[in-house]
Structure formats: structure tokens, C-alpha cells
Design a protein around this ligand. Sequence first.
Ligand code: ZN
Length: 445
Amino acid sequence: MDLTTGAFCPPDAEDDPDGAAIYALAARLYPICRSITGQGVLDTLDILREHIDLNVHRVATGTPVFGWTVPPEWIVRGASLKGPCGRTIVDFADHTLHLVNYSTPVRARLSLDELKPHLHTLPEQPDVIPYKTAYYTDAWGFCMRHDRFLALEEGTYEVCIDTEKVSGHLTFADYLHRGQVEDEVILYAHICHPSLANDNCSGVALLTCLAERMRERSTYYSYRFIFAPGTIGSLAWLQRNEQRLNRVKHGLVLSCVGDGGGPTYKRSRQGRATIDRAAACVRCGAEEVSPALSDFIPYGYDERQFCSPGFNLPVGLLQRSAFGTFPQYHTSADNLDFIRPRHLGASFRMVQDMLQILEANWTPLNLAPKGEPQLGRYGLFSPMGGHKANSERVMAYLWVLNLADGDHTLLDISERSGMPFSEIAAAADTLRTVGLVSNLGFVRL
Ligand code: ZN
């Protein structure tokens, strides 16, 4: 990482301290070559441990995990491809994406034709390196820019992939923030991708900073932050925690939270879980963008495991741009220039707002339900109004007062009004302060 490029401190960092902290952590994680097992995961968890007190769990190679088996630990020392004149064509030391992740060891001299099936490029995006994996197989390969691939000459190529697959462990970690009750909200990020900033250094860094921030707060729910390799990691966590999954009341998988697109939210398999409803009632950034909502599909990240029919947990997926929809996805263009502190900060606040809905959803009762109260008498209406923010707040008062019949929670009112939960909750708090509504109790659905 070149400090002179300012990669650790982009120009918009000053405007968003939360985003800047998340960005700085993502930037530290970015260079590491992670995989589903091996040193990259350990190095990543070591960095996270500087921030939060992680519990690290290890599962031995060969252990059955539901229908899967924990794969060997992958050790990578280096990898290079040299051309006919001894010139280095690609080197793992230059970019972790150059080596197909989890490649078997190879030392060979091959003709260009023999080599080509092992070279991966993106003809449509000739100047980026694609990200490829060879999990659960014995394959190997290199990833490179397509324009460089087109320039390869006939001749003998020297392949050196200095890797090993050894009996070891799958490693994952969690951090528990204890609330008033043992019921849990699980927050999950995958830690198996190498140098890809949005997918998923952004998610890992955001959740770490959130866990850190939460330490200062007392909460109703307990919050379990899980950092694990994709698929096998979440399955191992589910297996280890199978007897206590009834405590999991809500959950969220986070990835790709550092770009300026979206936000997008994929509902849990249940479809109408509280977390699904909460996602519809938050807004993102200064522009207050509503998340684009989509129904559950059995493809994506680890929500697939949490939402498999044997568990069917209320776990959704929150992203900015949805995976697979942006050109930088799974390429070297998903780098530290692609994620921005202000986007990370906006995503951070959006997640906090979703959790606030789980924590602070109460049922208001209108104490003056016959007709609309004259808001001006309570200092809640300015006759000189016309201000947009002001008129929005008045609308929020009117919605809360009208639906505060004892049958509607603040979340119900937010959904019905189409107004953000935060706006409805702020209005309800004020109405309670002036004595127009009472709190019939918190509802943790
Ligand atoms: Zn990915």
C-alpha cells in the first residue's frame, strides 16, 4: 500500500469520522490473501482482535459439517508465471487475485496451448484481473488482464505455484455483546475473499466498528457478530450452535457496503420477518434513499445457509450495490478506490437504524383521540411553517396520532405512512413528552 497515494485517507474521510474509521480498517485488511482456510483468515482475525475481544473457533480438517467436509488448510508462499524469455508474466506478490484461490501446488514447463486452460481473463473488461477460486477441487490457475493475455507469445512457460494443502483447521470467530436478554441478533460477514475491498473488507470492517461502538451502549438484545469463511464457515457455526438457535431472533448478513450504489436488501426466506420489515423503514445517506427490496432467492452469501429450510432463520442480506451487478464485482477493480468513507459511514448508520427498530419499537396510545389535537397549543406546529423538514415532522405527528389506537406499533406506523422509522419514532417521543400519547410497551417481534 502506497501511503503517498493517500489510500488510507481519502479526501472525504474528514467529513465522516465513522466512515473514515471503517475505511482505515478495510484498508488494513485489503492486502491480505484470504481463503476459506489458512493464514489469511488468521491474520485477518488478528487485526480484528485489536478492536474487539473475539472468540476464535477451530474445526479440524476432515470434520463433517452437515453434508460438507472441512477442507485442508491452504498455505500459499508464492506463485509466478514466467514467459519464454524468462520474463515474469504474473506474480502473486503483485496481486493476490493473480493466483486462482486454493490452487494446488504446481511446478511445470508448459506450452502456451497447454497453459491456456489455466489462464482466466475477462475479455469484456480487458484491464482488470478476475477473482477465481478452486475450492473443493484439485485445480490450479492464474488470473490476469485480458490485454496482457492477448500479447502472450508462443513458447515454453514456467509455472511455479508454491502452495500446500495440509491437515489443519477451519477458523472462524464471533464476538458477543451482551444485552438485557439472551435473545440474539446475529450479524455476519464472510472473511474468505482476498484483496477485494467492497466484497468483503467493507462488511468485515463495518461490523467490527459497530461491535466496538456497541460496547458503550446497553441494549435489549444480545448481539453476536460472526466472522467466518463463506458457506463452510457459516455451516460450521450453525452446526456448533444448533442447540441454541432458538435464541436467534433476527439476523443480517453484510457485504458490499462501501460503494455508492443501492442500498439493496434481500429479504429472509420468511419474507415478513421483523428484520425484513425494518429494512423497508430505513433510509441511506444524505439523499435518504430507500433500500431496493427483493425477495429471498437461494443464491447469494451466507444467508443461504441461515435460511436453508432446516434452520429458516430470519436473516436478510444488506448491501449497497447488489453482488454481481457492478462491473468491479470479483475483479481487481474492487479496490480501495471503489469504496469511500462516506458510503461506509452511510451504510453504518443504516445498519444502526435497522437495529434501533428492533430495539425501540413501542406501541403508542393517543390520549386525546377525539379529533386532531391542536398541535400549536403543544408547540408542535409553527404557523409560519412551510419548511420541508417542519412539514414532514407535522405529517409524522399526524400519522402517529391517528394510528395510536393501541393496535399499531411504531414500525406498523412507519410502514403504513411510508415515512422512515426514525422520523416516526422522533415524533412519537415528542408526542409522549407533551402528554399526547402514552407508551403501552415495547414490542420485540
Ligand atoms: Zn464474493
